[in-house]
Design a protein around this ligand. Structure first.
Ligand code: ZN
Ligand code: ZN
Length: 391
């Protein structure tokens, strides 16, 4: 046989193995069935944060986005168009059936992009030195300043400037732009047959953002948020765009859950405040719901007979325990971190851990997914907010 033919056969075999391996990987990334919900002490609401509409560079109208949010069964939706609060002026904030829409904006600053939530007026940075004044004005108006995609294409560059309330740990838009072109090809190949699995496969643990967050969290209260940064818009040529990935798909992929002591009332103003307060306090967690709805996750600190939720600041006492629950219809791995360092890992859906020292504790849960030839991979599913255990 000619050497050229041998090379062709080898090439074809390599492609065949890659396609087979890719197909199985995406297949193994498909959603698991959701668990039936059980009664819980606190109530959870699933929301999506950081969404763009036609008011800036998104492809959908707010009506279309609200329909997508209904399809994805969201409880709340936080719109953040670039440099405008016009959707607020146009009356979109409030309940749309049982979906609560909050209107914020994404502000361009000299140090990167910032989400400003909970404000009733548009804000912007004045001059090159205006960042501290901008952050102060958001804070004093009772708003939330959240660093957008701090480790993404437009990274944040002013880490010492405060006050900042939160930081996007997972930004779905960044997560998939960061991936290797081969992963993109794999996703485009299988998106039509296994859309959830294809999108899930693009989300990896954002090590850099988590490390940055955990370092800062040792000095200040700083909340981790998961955001979709959805535009549903891939530019093609001229005015042509591809409405992809769709809003509904993105809303099913990555969510931030807020954990409340009592159910929302159905009245816009107090409910909006409750959600914003939960985000500010860190009573929330990030979930890759494309794998399985994470509505029953729990992370709390138990001191004597009192339990403290995520976001709490508690003075260290001997006998304190942290409890993690990540109920799933399949195999799960739970990791506990102190000051950003992993201290324990269990192959179970529950963990109880006796604390021996203060620190900033947070939990992560992973879905154990099979791979070819009997191997397994732990895939990121949930990131909790910390409990600050202080001296
Ligand atoms: Zn941005
Ligand atoms: Zn954005």
């Amino acid at each position: 046989m000619k050497i050229g033919n041998v090379l062709k056969i080898i090439g074809a075999l390599v492609i065949l193995v890659w396609v087979a391996d890719s197909m199985m990987t995406i297949w193994y990334e498909q959603p698991r069935p959701d668990l039936k919900s059980t009664t819980q002490k606190s109530v959870r609401y699933a929301g999506v944060i950081h969404v763009h509409s036609r008011y800036s560079d998104g492809s959908g109208t707010i009506e279309q986005i609200i329909r997508a949010a209904h399809t994805a069964d969201l409880d709340f939706l936080v719109m953040t168009d670039h440099s405008t609060l016009q959707p607020l002026i146009d009356g979109y904030q409030g309940y749309h059936n049982d979906l609560l829409v909050l209107i914020g904006e994404e502000v361009n600053t000299s140090a990167g992009h910032l989400l400003a939530l909970g404000l009733d007026h548009h804000v912007e940075q004045q001059g090159n030195e205006g960042l501290p004044a901008l952050l102060d004005s958001i804070d004093s108006a009772g708003g939330l300043a959240i660093l957008a995609h701090p480790a993404g294409r437009r990274p944040w560059t002013a880490w010492s400037v405060r006050p900042v309330h939160g930081i996007e740990i997972l930004n779905a838009d960044t997560a998939w732009r960061d991936d290797h072109p081969l992963e993109w090809i794999r996703v485009l190949l299988f998106l039509w047959f296994m859309p959830e699995g294809a999108l899930n496969s693009l989300i990896d643990r954002p090590d850099e953002a988590i490390n940055r967050w955990q370092t800062l969290a040792q000095q200040q209260h700083l909340v981790g948020i998961g955001s979709v940064d959805a535009h549903a818009r891939i530019p093609l040529w001229g005015d042509q765009i591809l409405q992809f990935p769709s809003y509904a798909r993105m809303f099913g992929l990555l969510r931030t859950y807020v954990v409340l002591d009592s159910a929302l009332s159905g009245a816009e103003v107090p409910d909006r405040q409750q959600i914003l307060d939960a985000l500010r306090n860190g009573q929330c967690y990030i979930a890759v719901d494309g794998y399985e709805k994470a509505s029953q996750f729990d992370f709390e600190l138990q001191v004597d007979d009192t339990s403290f939720n995520m976001g709490s600041h508690v003075v260290f006492q001997q006998g304190s325990q942290v409890r993690v629950k990540a109920p799933s219809s399949g195999a799960v791995l739970v990791r506990l971190y102190r000051n950003g360092q992993q201290i324990v890992e269990v192959s179970a859906q529950d963990m109880v851990y006796d604390l021996s020292e203060p620190g900033v504790y947070h939990a992560e849960a992973y879905q154990v997914r099979p791979r070819l030839f009997g191997s397994e991979e732990a895939r990121l599913w949930i990131i909790s907010n910390p409990i600050w255990v202080e001296e």
